[in-house]
Structures are given as C-alpha cells and as structure tokens.
Design a protein around this ligand. Structure first.
Ligand SMILES: O=c1nc[nH]c2c1ncn2[C@H]1C[C@H](O)[C@@H](COP(=O)(O)OP(=O)(O)OP(=O)(O)O)O1
Ligand SMILES: [Mg+2]
Length: 198
C-alpha cells in the first residue's frame, strides 16, 4: 500500500511528512510528474475531494491511499476574504508573496493594523471504496506588517491566539502542534491506519 500526497505545495509536503514520521508519504509529482488540477469547488472540502480524486484516478490502482489538503485563511473584517480563494487572491498563478502582499494592502486600505483571522484545512482521503474529509482550524489575527520568513503562504502575517509572534517568527514545532493542518491530520491518522490494515 502506497500513501500518495495530492499536493504540489512544498510547504504542505514538509509539514505533512513531519506529522507522519513513521510513514513513507510520496508527493504525487514523484510518480505522475507535474500536474495542474482545476479547483472549481465552492468549499474547502469539495476542493480537497477534487484533488484527491483526480490523483486517485490517474494512479489507477487499488493499492494506494491518496491524501489531499485544501486550505486557506479567512478574515471576517474583509468580508471573509480570501477564504477558498487564498491561493489565487492576487490572481491566477500568483505566488505566496503576491498573495500575502495583497492581503497586507487590503488591511491597510481598510485602516486595520490587526484583525481576527483563521486558517481552515480540509484533508481528504481517497482509497478504493473509501472517501473521507476532515477539517481543522487555527484561530488568531493578521497584522499589516509581516514578520519572519518561517512557514509559507500567509504565515509571516498570522499571529496564533496566545502568542505575540507570527508563524514566520515562531519555532516550526509550535505550528506543528497548533495548526489547522495538524488538527485535521490528527483526525485523519486513525483512518489511514485502518485503510493500511484492511
Ligand atoms: O499553513 C498555512 N500557512 C500559510 N498559508 C497557508 C497555510 N495553509 C494554507 N495557506 C494558504 C497558502 C495558499 O495561498 C492557500 C492554499 O491553497 P491550496 O489550493 O489549498 O494549496 P496550493 O494551491 O498551494 O497547493 P495544492 O492545491 O497543490 O495542494 O492558503
Ligand atoms: Mg491549489
């Protein structure tokens, strides 16, 4: 049984592999090469399922477990932007830095130096005759002056609840314990164990 990760995001690969130290988790690119997947769902869960299903179908094997992650940041004071559009906030094909800069600009335009925000992760698992989605959230605030270069994406502007440093500045171990991704993957773990052993 192979465990395949249906993501092209290196930051996610690193975090997910570090949460599954005892398993060999293979990014799909190592088997299928690079692939663009259209994420046209209207929720994190739908998009996670689209990614996992696309890779599961391409692999065409009953002997794989495919895991995907669809995630993003939501800022209630900005009409819940960017939410499921986090990866394309500054336009289709935008990189992490451009997306972060766009969120910083929009905070400044609204005169918000800081405001509550949260990350959501939907983790989908697809295997032969099996389909699951789990969610996790991390609450905190975003600031209009990004700090640090740890993590990825919007991390330099996100301060988790109970801290005064951004995820760009904090030890990666703290994100590993608290993140939306780690919470959803904690729920995913027993399901993956069951699928490995069935
Ligand atoms: O822990 C996080 N720390 C910082 N930023 C984060 C995090 N989690 C999601 N994000 C942001 C990055 C990206 O702007 C969007 C995810 O978009 P999303 O489509 O799920 O991922 P992606 O396109 O980078 O890779 P892929 O679809 O191949 O999994 O939310
Ligand atoms: Mg994506």
């Amino acid at each position: 049984m192979q465990i395949i990760l249906a993501t092209s995001n290196k930051g996610k690969v690193k975090e997910i592999q570090s949460l599954f130290k005892d398993d060999h988790i293979i990014p799909f690119k190592d088997i299928l090469g690079p692939l663009e997947i259209e994420e046209n769902g209207s929720t994190f869960a739908e998009n996670a399922l689209i990614k996992a299903k696309t890779i599961f179908n391409k692999l065409n094997s009953n002997d794989v477990i495919v895991i995907s992650d669809d995630s993003g940041i939501t800022v209630p004071a900005l009409n819940n932007e960017p939410g499921i559009y986090s990866a394309r906030y500054a336009g289709i094909g935008a990189n992490d830095k451009q997306n972060l800069n766009k969120l910083v600009e929009n905070l400044k335009k609204s005169g918000l130096k800081e405001t509550p925000a949260y990350y959501t992760a939907a983790i989908a698992i697809i295997a032969s005759e099996a389909k699951y989605v789990m969610h996790g959230w991390m609450y905190g605030k975003v600031i209009d002056e990004p700090r640090g270069d740890g993590g990825f994406g919007y991390d330099p502007m996100f301060i988790p609840e109970g801290f005064d440093k951004t995820l760009g500045e904090l030890d990666p171990e703290i994100k590993r314990e608290l993140s939306h991704r780690s919470k959803a993957l904690t729920l995913a773990k027993p399901i993956i164990e069951m699928l490995k052993n069935r």
